[in-house]
Write a protein that binds this ligand. Structure first.
Ligand code: ADP
Ligand code: MG
Length: 349
């Protein structure tokens, strides 16, 4: 406060030469949850060759992630997923090629500024064990010099956003379950509202049931936040579930296919992709579509047939047909009114 004094009315006076900007009380929810801030991310022949290794870890990777979309990097262990992610925030230096965020090369960014604009979530979370949950979440805002009250409000808001209790702010990481720690990691990465999020197997160490819930909540969050997200996993089902697009990497960090989940399941580029997505890919493709998207038959064709909600997936419908040993289902809307009929052959086309 050496440069400032208070006048008689108690407002702060600046003694520097900058134009005086009237101080507005800190807005409570200024740049936070409703902001639709996102950046386009472009990998342009991005290549990483670790020293002393004959083969590239990431080999001329080119792909564009449109602003506000989730791109899932998936592939076998050692396929270069983590390396590709760390190239973006320059934890690993590019050997050749370029990566651009909203058109600007990452090499042109000041390193600190670059990393502040990128939220980073990893599997072991990397929470500071000697700091409370609240202090962990406030890490970046503190570095940015936010006033205490604003940090406290933001922390409270983030805890709610990721499904934790306000009281959890006072706890230490060791007192939390794996799933809770992962939520804290996500909250911390979101704290300064970065336009780009990098997530490296964030739910990899979580048991299947909690993991499914975290996936669902992450997807709900993303519908609200609309960040650009690069999400790494080795689990193709997780990729299909959460990705707007999926990039499949093969050994040596070469891109095998970059497409929507439906396109990858319906038209795998080669045998490697077909094998990676699994022999049940036709069933997985059915799980991506809902009965409400079909041209249904007249209601009369399903006379006496079992009923199914129109928000069910085609896969659920097929399972139902098999279980009921039926050829038809009556499709009903949420309010119970019939929407039409679906036949087994409609699903198998
Ligand atoms: P993924 O995350 O898909 O499992 P990684 O990006 O971790 O793959 O690794 C890709 C390849 O690069 C692997 O062959 C791995 O052994 C190698 N690698 C990863 N990190 C280093 C490093 N720091 N030094 C040398 N080689 C590395
Ligand atoms: Mg990895």
């Amino acid at each position: 406060m050496t440069e400032r004094t208070r006048d008689a009315r108690g407002s702060v006076k600046r003694h520097d030469a900058r134009p005086r900007i009237r101080r507005i009380p800190t807005p409570v929810r200024d740049d936070s949850r409703m902001a639709t801030q996102a950046a386009e991310l472009v990998f342009d022949e991005a290549t990483k060759l670790y020293e002393g290794r004959g083969e590239a870890a990431v080999d001329r990777l080119s792909l564009t992630v449109p602003a506000g979309e989730i791109c899932v990097l998936v592939g076998p262990s050692g396929g270069g997923k983590t390396t590709a992610l760390k190239l973006v925030n320059r934890l690993i230096a590019l050997t050749s090629g370029d990566i651009r965020i909203d058109g600007t090369s990452i090499m042109e960014h000041d390193l600190t500024e670059l990393r502040r604009g990128i939220g980073y979530v990893i599997q072991q979370v990397g929470l500071f064990p000697h700091m409370t949950v609240g202090a962990n979440i406030g890490t970046v805002p503190r570095l940015l010099g936010w006033p205490k009250q604003r940090i406290a409000l933001r922390t409270e808001e983030l805890l709610e956003l990721v499904g934790l209790e306000p009281d959890d702010a006072k706890r230490y990481p060791a007192e939390l379950s794996g799933g809770q720690r992962q939520r804290v990691g996500l909250a911390r990465a979101l704290a300064a509202n970065p336009p780009l999020m990098l997530m490296d197997e964030p739910f990899g160490a979580i048991d299947p049931i909690v993991r499914m819930r975290l996936q669902d909540e992450f997807m709900r969050l993303q519908r609200e936040l609309r960040k650009t997200v690069v999400f790494v996993t080795h689990d193709i089902d997780e990729a299909i579930k959460i990705g707007d697009r999926i990039a499949i990497l093969r050994e040596g960090g070469r891109l095998a296919q970059y497409d929507t989940p439906a396109a990858i399941l319906e038209r795998p580029a080669d045998d490697f992709v077909a094998q990676f997505v699994g022999e049940d890919r036709a069933l997985k493709a059915l799980a991506l579509r809902r009965l409400s998207e079909l041209d249904l038959r007249p209601v009369a064709e399903a006379d006496g047939a079992p009923r199914i909600r129109d928000d069910s997936t085609l896969r659920d419908a097929l399972a139902r047909l098999v279980a009921e040993k039926s050829d038809y289902l009556l499709v009903v809307r949420a309010d119970g009114t019939p929407a039409g009929a679906v036949a087994r052959e409609d699903l198998l086309r």
